[in-house]
Design a protein. Structure first.
Length: 120
């Protein structure tokens, strides 16, 4: 299971009227009847759009995907090395997003669908 945490919201400070946000993609698994927290990934600095502007979000296994503007963003947690990889999907955006093995499928309205190969 994946979820987002945000350390700080909007506010005023010495850097300007809008404070930087620290956003973390967290993951947990259920083991022996208890939730166990797994490695997390700070996505606040690299996110072009904040989560409230994400259009789609899917996750399976050690991979989470979301659509942010004209990019499909892949967060991977394999081998204990969290990473973020953006993939261009064009101006049509993504009306529906699915994740199968090492491919993402994005339904793009009149443009049909786009298959995006993901990191192995």
């Amino acid at each position: 299971m994946y979820y987002l945490t945000q350390a700080r919201g909007l506010g005023s400070d010495s850097t300007g009227p809008f404070a930087a946000r620290s956003i973390t993609l967290e993951q947990v698994v259920l083991r022996d009847g208890q939730l166990e927290r797994l490695p997390s990934l700070d996505i606040g600095d690299g996110a072009r759009f904040l989560p409230e502007h994400w259009q789609r979000f899917v996750a399976c296994g050690e991979r989470a995907l979301w659509v942010s503007g004209s990019e499909l963003v892949e967060a991977g947690f394999r081998d204990g090395m969290p990473r973020v990889q953006p993939h261009a999907i064009g101006l049509w955006g993504c009306e529906s997003l699915d994740l199968r093995d090492d491919s993402a499928f994005c339904a793009s309205g009149v443009a049909g669908y786009l298959q995006v190969p993901l990191s192995p």
